[in-house]
Design a protein around this ligand. Structure first.
Ligand code: GAR
Length: 196
């Protein structure tokens, strides 16, 4: 008789501060997965479009302002209520407090829109990154998917993908190239990471 396989379900909470294109892409990707479920979308901003995208796709949402995120009682009960196993930062700007990193060891993953360690750290997010890449005259950029540690943008690397930049590229076209990489790779990397 074949042995019954016991696979652990992974419940993801996505944290997002902005438009939420990555958030939506991840929700859609795992909608038919038996193993990986997006159970919650959290934003620090009530007007984040990521929340609207999640609502339309039937995923529970919550607004947790930065002050609440920084206290265990402000965030832990919410994550527990949704049986959260891991957290994905998809364009989430506040720093993750140490107690949360300790509560989810190697279970918080961030995407950064450049090839770390270049263009990382405080103030390096979204268009600021693409403007810096353009100003430096780099010939390539990309995305970095890494674990979150208390030091901004410096956790262990999980995967990086690159794309060439031509002299004609602007910060806007660089952003589009990076966006394409994010759409093509981020959910798949999470799936590989959490599918064993
Ligand atoms: C993404 O490009 C992501 O890599 C970046 O914010 C964007 C969010 O877009 N993250 C950072 O800059 C973090 N430092 P989205 O809201 O459309 O997913």
């Amino acid at each position: 008789m074949p042995r019954k396989q016991i696979c652990k379900v992974m419940n993801i909470a996505i944290f997002a501060s902005g438009s939420g294109s990555n958030c939506e892409n991840i929700i859609r990707y795992f909608r038919t997965s038996e193993r990986i479920h997006v159970v919650l979308v959290v934003s620090n901003r009530p007007d984040a479009y990521a929340l609207e995208r999640a609502r339309r796709l039937g995923v529970p949402t919550a607004v947790v302002p930065k002050g609440e995120l920084n206290t265990p009682e402000g965030i832990m009960p919410l994550l527990k209520k949704h049986d959260t196993d891991c957290i994905v930062l998809a364009g989430f700007l506040p720093m993750i407090p140490d107690f949360l990193i300790d509560a989810y060891p190697q279970k918080i993953v961030n995407i950064h829109p450049a090839l770390l360690p270049r263009y990382g750290g405080k103030g390096m997010w979204g268009h600021h990154v693409h403007e810096a890449v353009k100003a430096a005259g780099d010939t390539e950029t990309g995305i970095s998917i890494h674990y979150v540690t208390p030091v901004c943008d410096s956790g262990e690397m999980i995967a990086q993908f690159s794309t060439p930049i031509s002299p004609d590229d602007t910060p806007e076209t660089i952003a589009m190239k990076v966006h394409e990489l994010e759409m093509a790779h981020f959910p798949q990397v999470l799936e590989q990471l959490w599918s064993d």
